[in-house]
Write a protein that binds this ligand. Sequence first.
Ligand code: FAD
Length: 394
Amino acid sequence: NKKRVVIVGGGFGGAATARYLRKFDSEVEIVLIEKNKEYYTCPFSNAVIAGMEKMDFIKQDLKTLSKKHNINVVYQEVKKIDGATNSVILENGQIITYTKCVVSPGIDFKYEKGYTKEGEKYSPHAVIAGEQTILLQKQLENMKDGGTFVMVAPADPFRCPPGPYERISLVAHYIKHNKPNSKIIVLDQKDKFSKQALFTNGWKELYGDLIDWRAAQFGGKVVSVDPIKKIVVTEDEEIQADVLNYIPNQKASKLAFDSGLIAKGDWAPIYPKTFESKLVKDVHVIGDASIAQPMPKSAFSASTQGKVVALQIARFLKNQEPINPPKLANTCYSLLNPTYGISIAAVYNAHDDHIESVQGAGGVSPDHDEGFIRELEAQYAYSWYKSQTEDIFY
Ligand code: FAD
């Protein structure tokens, strides 16, 4: 009776699980189900939007996992996971049973205040990379000099806490060099954000007062939006954007809801030591869709969670006790321009009922640059991308 592990979602979380489960267990049958043949990474998609990199730079796929690592990659959309029968049901009707299932399906959006699925084509969010990335890049490229670029930044929790602020930095870099008469307004749905002091100091140093960031309580709060006309209404005024990058509030991917992995709220509850769902036995939820605070929703988090789950499942299949406590880690680099990088890092222990940050094992970039740190960290950002994707997809 051969054991089979089915992994749903071939992004950072799912691909890392597949790749590492194969390292830990050369025998087990691994099926990786992903709806798209190509995966465009959100990491470095901001560099594409600002014209620093091309789409090819952020393109990954699952071919090597299938050819070199004996992983059965199935390109289909999953309809739901049925915990009662340990089976994954595909949209085409096919059913695949599992011993263990790992789900890393990412996020979905809350369509509120007038923002709609249709509206994404006019006012892109660009937080699922691919078509949305190209759309925003083209809109920025085609914006008139003297135009207004408006970003609406979401309320917590959301995918990649520093992501919107890296994006606005690189948009400012593009505007400074290409459309210097333009304006940038950020309407934030919260009052503070990740690495805030490092970002705002860097903005002053690099861009003067080009970036007009408004906290929710000081004019940032959005009352309604017309994504087709690119008009945002705040409590104080109506703003006509030339480019509107509307990043909606977020929730776990539909698949997590349809599979009974969420009973209340927006995200899937898990037991942190194994990331097994609190609601459905033998199903492990990782990445953005899971509740894993204080870990941020990041590619790095998703991939270390994938590695931990792979290890715990490999041990389970050999009737061994789980590692206790498993270690998790995260680092997020952000670019403020091509040679100016900042970072945040943390290490965690996962216990039965909570995840604990290891004191003294993390932190952010220093406040003051001695003359080389920002430049080095920009290089580390690129190295991180290379090592992370090579580790997972190759
Ligand atoms: P995803 O990467 O979204 O993968 C989910 C996969 O599941 C997708 O391929 C999807 O097609 C598939 N899927 C979903 N539903 C189904 C279904 N029903 N059937 C079949 N397949 C399905 N993180 C960092 O660590 N560093 C960074 O520098 C960084 N930069 C970022 C910049 C931006 C602008 C953004 C938006 C995010 C950034 N992130 C970064 C965050 C990172 O992209 C996410 O946290 C990460 O992708 C989460 O991985 P995941 O596996 O949970 O989901």
